[in-house]
Design a protein around this ligand. Structure first.
Ligand code: GLN
Length: 491
């Protein structure tokens, strides 16, 4: 029996469109039909754009009918995290303070995908302003894990991960400041890539912590992640931190057609600090399974050390609040109106207090307060400056390790998906969710979250997924995606 259209991968859709097995419109309609059945329970989407998406699909069909060449992403129905500006569409970052914000321009990633003629299904749910690890911090709704509706999908890009895992979208975009692509990908049994800092433009992404934020793909396979990543990456005049890899041509060739012979010769490092006692037994078992499979593929595996790992969580939770407090200062009720009704206030200060008091959820508030404190005179040196020095040590740890190995393999999360409500009142427990993912953001490195057993390509399983993480050298996405593809194709 043929697979239903909405369960296909990007690769398979592209082939199917070229071979005229189905039309882009049929595929888009199949996705919306499935969304109508599935999303009332999962609650992955904050907004849908069926009319506009159908028109986008029809344009691809027209191009195909005229025998025009189409891009790989043409006609691919995508789910976009709601912190990326999409011209004319409400873009909230799942925050009450942006409830009525209609984007006046496209994020660069959206412009690039529009040029490729991708189809945009709608915007997905997330933690308020991308702060959180469960999508429970959304001001609007709680997204459920498609593998078990009583559990969280992870966060903050939980909506995109749940949409891809439950086959409502063929692929999706997330953003990752400390793990927000990789952790929900692991919790939902799909693939998530956090690219090297600077490879994807941040223009039009609602900023959380600008020295760490990166946009990346959430997909059903590593091959799809490479295809979607390739479409969104590249230097952008609108983001001064964006850049191209120095060996652009070779980079792209390896990204799209990895040489498995080269990949099999890579040395894999297992950092002892990531295989700790607190690791849940099912995660330990899953990651062990992945390591055994990788050894069988012929790669050499050795233990390494990243000695400053234990300082990563405190370091992150000083730097991030500091950047958050300055990035979120613009939402003041004057330049950004925030909630539906403009607040009634007698003075400017009163307006600021009321708008920000009503508009921000508890987690952004917590971080604004902490961030303002660590940046304040007298405390800057003790906290912010010290955290920046620790950040340099963490980066150095990775540089040292990459003298011995080519990629590093770790768990993505210390636990498997937890119950809705279980950690929501315990910020510290929630912060520990990111212990294995946020060091990469501090160091600017690329990380790939891969399911130990690929469940996204199956009809939805009820087993809870476990993921593992592959960390690459800066601008070595082809290494981790190549190993990801080898893993998927041979296991
Ligand atoms: N969970 C982490 C945090 O709350 C990561 C968030 C993210 O990557 N956007 O900061």
């Amino acid at each position: 029996m043929k697979s239903p259209l909405h369960t296909l991968t990007i690769k398979k859709v592209h082939e199917g469109l070229l071979n005229k097995e189905f039309s882009a419109l049929e595929l888009t309609q199949a996705c919306f039909e499935h969304i109508r059945k599935t999303d009332p329970e999962i609650k992955a989407f904050l907004s849908l754009r069926e009319e506009a998406a159908s028109r986008e699909a029809e344009r691809v069909d027209l191009a195909l009918a005229k025998e025009e060449e189409i891009a790989t992403l043409a006609g691919i129905p995508l789910a976009v995290k709601d912190n990326m500006n999409f011209e004319g569409e409400i873009t909230t970052a799942a925050s009450k303070i942006l409830e009525t914000h209609r984007a006046s321009y496209n994020a660069t990633v959206i412009s690039k995908l529009k040029t490729e003629q991708a189809v945009f299904l709608g915007k997905t749910n997330m933690d308020d302003s991308a702060m959180g690890s469960s999508t429970e911090n959304s001001a609007f709704q709680v997204t459920k894990n498609p593998h078990d509706l009583t559990r969280v999908p992870g966060g903050s890009s939980g909506g995109s991960a749940a949409a891809v895992a439950s086959h409502m979208a063929i692929g999706g975009l997330g953003s990752d400041t400390g793990g927000s692509i990789r952790q929900p990908a692991a919790f939902c049994g799909v693939v998530g890539l956090k690219p090297t800092y600077g490879t994807v433009s941040r223009s039009g992404l609602i900023a959380m912590a600008s020295s760490l934020d990166q946009i990346g793909p959430i997909t059903k396979t590593a091959e799809d992640a490479a295809l979607l990543f390739n479409a969104i990456r590249g230097k952008d005049p609108l983001d001064a931190t964006s850049t191209n890899p120095s060996n652009e041509e070779k980079y792209e060739a390896e990204l799209l057609n990895p040489s498995f012979d080269r990949i099999k010769k890579m040395r894999v490092g297992l950092p002892q600090e990531y295989f700790i006692d607190g690791l849940a037994s099912e995660v330990k078992k899953g990651v062990e399974e992945a390591i055994q499979k990788i050894k069988k593929l012929g790669l050499e595996v050795q233990e390494i050390s990243l000695p400053h790992t234990k300082y990563a969580v405190p370091c992150y939770y000083l730097i991030v609040p500091a950047e958050v407090s300055s990035n979120l200062a613009r939402y003041d009720g004057i330049r950004w109106q925030g909630t539906k009704e403009r607040v009634e206030a007698n003075t400017l200060k009163e307006r600021y207090f009321q708008t920000r008091g009503e508009g921000f959820g508890p987690e952004p508030k917590r971080r604004i307060i902490l961030g303002t404190f660590v940046l304040s005179s007298g405390y800057y040196d003790a906290y912010y400056d010290k955290a920046q020095r620790v950040r340099a040590l963490i980066k150095q740890d990775f540089e040292n390790a990459f003298e011995k190995v080519d990629v590093i393999l770790t768990p993505v999360t210390p636990t498997s998906p937890f119950k809705i409500g279980e950690k929501v009142d315990d910020p510290l427990a929630m912060y520990l969710e990111d212990i294995f993912t946020l060091p990469l953001n501090l160091a600017g490195l690329p990380g790939l979250s891969l399911p130990v057993r690929n469940q996204a390509c199956e009809p939805l399983s009820t087993d809870l997924p476990v993921g593992f993480q592959l960390i690459g050298k800066p601008f070595h996405e082809p290494d981790i995606l190549g190993l990801g593809r080898l893993y998927e194709e041979t296991t």
